[in-house]
Design a protein around this ligand. Structure first.
Ligand code: 5GP
Ligand code: ZN
Length: 116
């Protein structure tokens, strides 16, 4: 495995250096519970390889981006969520705080319409 980027929180979670409540894992993706949940169900889905933001995926990484979404669907189904929200913040202006790209998957209560 490539050397762990110790400056990146989520790379350290991938490497097992920091604990996380893991809900799904395969060769290229990891999903774990958000430490400050904003809904009864709040998971993050990340690529295991470091990509800082959605803007940093290359045009030939469409399959990986698609896998992030399909994994969100899978974990929502596994959690029995009748409906849920998937969101990705991009850059500080978009609300991104951790610069290792991640999808938020939220549910477990009726979600309000406002997004921003
Ligand atoms: P962002 O604002 O970058 O889209 O979202 C970052 C998310 O990561 C936040 O919802 C925050 O609660 C979550 N988070 C930050 N640090 C940790 C951590 O150490 N462990 C876990 N599980 N979640 C974290
Ligand atoms: Zn990273």
């Amino acid at each position: 495995m490539a050397e762990v980027d110790r400056s990146c929180l989520f790379c350290r979670i991938v490497a097992g250096e920091l604990p996380a409540d893991r809900v799904y894992e395969d060769e290229e993706l990891l999903a774990f519970k958000d430490i400050h949940p904003q809904a009864p169900f709040h998971c993050l889905v990340i690529p295991k390889a470091h990509v800082a933001t959605l803007n940093d995926f290359e045009s030939d990484q469409g399959a990986l981006v698609g896998s992030l979404l399909l994994t969100a669907k899978r974990i929502a189904a596994d959690a029995g969520l009748p409906g849920y929200r998937v969101a990705m913040n991009v850059n500080r202006e978009g609300g991104q705080v951790v610069f290792h790209a991640h999808l938020h998957v939220l549910g477990g209560r009726p979600l309000k319409g406002a997004l921003g």
